[in-house]
Design a protein around this ligand. Structure first.
Ligand code: SDX
Length: 422
């Protein structure tokens, strides 16, 4: 492979080129500053890779998403969330015996340490569920001190993976029930992951709803180096514990520009409904540079085509609402908004399409999940992705502590002046 050449100060320098299995190319600039005194600047890391990874591949131009090479469409249709979690972590689909053993292992983490339940109950009822989720996740480290080790043994890695999937399911339900002043429902390890979750949430048991939930969790399971996953990697790179890394990822996901968008979409649709259902005003505000309003659930850093997950969720909306016999005007408003936006040059010229957050809230709402729990649902789905990416980081020999550079643009050197002379 030829080298990447740059010309600077009359010199031609060459840098190694990295080519991935899907022919993505990168230039390795590890020696750039030593050679030239230059660093690169790339606000928001639009063109900057932080790692090589074998977990998820996405092509934003073509709207492709694959977990360990398997297309998301096939996994959503044929797999289960626990099987997809196994795939993300161990890089292969499990045999039936492996899957059943793994399901039992995840289900075996069926109770929370008493202090964790008490902490959830002590949180003010006004606390956002994502704040509780993050605090509780890092507090869990107190119960498993031996698993705070940044270089766990293979057995400890397997334990952490199953433990976090099992416990976070219970934490999510415990937050939901506690904030509503309802008694906790014990986990029933004989149920499937989603059926047990629904039972602990106090949702009516239904195979259709469990399947819809399973698909939603699959679609959220990983998404390469997004903001929250990069946060998990950055915190993990300092040798902080897995609990701290995941807790930081939850905090990053909470942001309305990231996972918090699913809650914002619902609130935006309710606003439009209150104003008579006319999407026109929302579109005009989204286009107005003087207005900070954005069309939530639209646009994506990588997808400049349809987010393949949004397509699947949109289809699932119709199915689930029909199965539940739910008519939700917000779905009609969302579809109308999408149609108008996709016909509008502002959105078309910027390749702004519905993303994973645009329709997911409609289904969560139909399932009876309150709006302020939507982003915790996103975190529940993303848990296997964060864990798999943290494991890959810990097992990659090139891993170094994340410490970006900067270009300083503040005051140059100046002498201290006594207060009496200022
Ligand atoms: C997730 O990265 C991932 O993979 C994330 C995720 C995952 O699975 O982990 O897919 C999950 O976070 C999905 C995104 C959820 N967020 C939203 O729905 C919030 C609304 N979307 C925008 O805030 C925005 O589209 C982002 C944050 C998603 C992407 O922002 P970028 O890549 O920094 O793009 P940008 O803000 O530079 O936008 C480019 C242009 C700008 O206009 P101009 O300056 O060129 O005139 O498009 C405009 C933006 O103003 N624009 C929007 C818009 N999104 C972008 N204008 C109105 N409404 C929007 N939603």
């Amino acid at each position: 492979m030829s080298k990447f050449k740059i010309e600077v100060d009359g010199k031609t320098l060459e840098y190694p080129i990295l080519v991935g299995s899907e022919n993505e190319k990168a230039v390795d600039i590890a020696k750039l500053r030593a050679d030239t005194g230059f660093i690169t600047i790339d606000h928001g890391f639009l063109n900057t890779g932080s790692c090589a990874s074998a977990i998820t591949f996405l092509d934003g131009e073509l709207g492709i998403l694959r977990y360990r090479g398997y297309p998301i469409e096939q996994l959503a249709e044929k797999s289960s969330f626990v099987e997809v979690a196994y795939l993300l972590n161990w890089g292969k689909l499990p045999t039936s015996a492996e899957l059943s053993a793994f399901e039992k292992k995840v289900a075996s983490f069926s109770t929370l340490p008493e202090y964790i339940t008490k902490m959830i109950q002590l949180m003010p009822k006004t606390t956002h569920p994502m704040a509780i989720a993050s605090a509780i996740t890092v507090a869990l480290s107190g119960h498993y001190p031996e698993l705070n080790n940044p270089n766990p043994t293979p057995a400890q890695k397997d334990e952490i993976f199953a433990l976090m999937l099992g416990q976070f399911k219970i934490i999510t339900a415990a937050i939901h029930r506690t904030l509503r002043g309802e008694a906790l429902v014990a986990s029933n390890p004989t149920l499937s992951y989603c059926e047990d979750f629904m039972s602990m949430m106090g949702m009516k048991a239904s195979k259709d709803v469990a399947k819809a939930l399973d698909v939603l969790l699959i679609l959220h399971a990983d998404h390469e180096q997004n903001c929250s996953t990069s946060t998990v990697r950055v915190v993990g790179s300092s040798n902080a514990s897995i609990f701290a890394s995941i807790s930081a990822g939850i905090d990053a996901l909470w942001g309305p520009l990231h996972g918090g968008a699913n809650q914002e979409v619902l609130e935006m649709l309710e606003e439009i409904q209150k104003a008579g259902g006319d999407a026109h005003k929302a579109l005009e505000r989204a286009k107005d540079k003087n207005d900070t309003f954005k069309l939530m659930g639209f646009g994506h850093r990588v997808y400049k085509n349809f987010d393949p997950r949004a397509k699947i969720i949109k289809k699932a909306c119709d199915t689930v609402l029909a199965q539940l016999g739910v008519k939700d005007q917000l779905l009609d408003i969302a579809k109308g908004l999408e149609e108008k936006a996709l016909a509008d040059d502002y959105f078309k010229s910027r390749n702004l399409y519905p993303n994973v957050d645009f329709y997911s809230g409609i289904i969560y709402r139909a399932l009876g999940i309150p709006t302020n729990m939507f982003t915790v649902m996103f975190a529940l789905g993303r848990m296997p992705g964060w864990l798999a990416q943290w494991k890959e980081l810990r097992e990659t020999k090139e891993t170094k502590i994340a410490r970006p550079r900067q270009v300083y643009n503040g005051e140059t050197v100046r002498e201290y002046v006594d207060a009496s002379k200022r």
